[in-house]
Write a protein that binds this ligand. Structure first.
Ligand SMILES: [Zn+2]
Length: 252
């Protein structure tokens, strides 16, 4: 999930906690918002942070920034590198710049032994090649807001990836995403909102928030043929293993 500094952050978390969501991963998108996400994590119970550079912002990447990211990663509730990845849908940054930055963040996650939150949109071949080339045993990473195909999910799983699904699972025309979900074994599944984007049905079109996470969990439970409580337990355990946290519910 993402929050902006002008949001009612305390209200946002309170509303989610009322719905049974008690742990949150705030994803960074640039060096500029790293301080904000890390400070909010330090101040709010159950809130954790990731620091990274979204592929849309990759043109700002400079190798000299890695030291500053590394310093953020030393703070106690900063659990992951991310978002990082490739997005060829908009190409807000040139593909070359995106690949350069992404490689550096994969390396950073490995060096610092932190989880990596990967954003991959319409860029499977290059994204997979970069992770595979640098992959060393022990790399913990998640494909967030997964929108790929079944064969793509299978390739990621060969690298021991976790795969995270958001509110698109509830969208009428998202059969491809529901098929991908079926290809992911339970021990590799995560749930997320990607708030403020992609609110699940029946809130579609509204600004998304972590309080809507149970709607996504319900859909996942239905599709996997399991009780909601079982999906909650499994995704909690997976998040704990991936990020190294103790939690009841995690809203990415
Ligand atoms: Zn993303």
């Amino acid at each position: 999930m993402h929050l902006s500094p002008d949001a009612d952050c305390a209200g946002f978390f309170a509303q989610a906690r009322e719905q049974g969501v008690s742990s949150f991963l705030l994803a960074g998108t640039s060096l500029q918002n790293a301080e904000f996400v890390c400070s909010l994590a330090a101040a709010e119970e159950g809130v954790y942070a990731a620091v990274g550079l979204h592929p849309h912002e990759a043109q700002q990447f400079e190798a000299s920034h890695l030291e500053q990211y590394a310093a953020f990663l030393q703070r106690p509730k900063v659990l992951a590198v991310g978002e990082a990845g490739l997005d060829y849908h908009y190409n807000h940054s040139a593909p070359d710049a995106q690949r350069l930055a992404f490689s550096a963040f994969v390396q950073l996650a490995q060096d610092k032994q932190k989880a990596l939150v990967v954003h991959c949109r319409e860029a499977f071949d290059d994204c997979y090649a970069i992770v595979k080339e640098q992959w060393r045993s022990g790399l913990r990473f998640v494909l967030h807001s997964f929108t790929g195909t079944v064969p793509e999910a299978e390739k990621w799983l060969e690298l021991d990836a976790y795969i995270s699904f958001n509110g698109m699972l509830t969208f009428k025309k998202a059969d491809n995403i529901r098929q991908a979900l079926q290809a992911v074994p339970l021990e590799k599944l995560l749930l997320e909102t990607d708030s403020p984007y992609l609110a699940p049905v029946p809130y579609r079109g509204k600004s998304n928030c972590s309080a809507y996470l149970p709607k996504i969990a319900e859909k996942m439970a239905e599709l996997k043929g399991l009780p909601l409580s079982e999906i909650a337990r499994i995704t909690n355990e997976n998040a704990r293993r991936l990020f190294g946290i103790d939690c009841d519910s995690v809203s990415n």
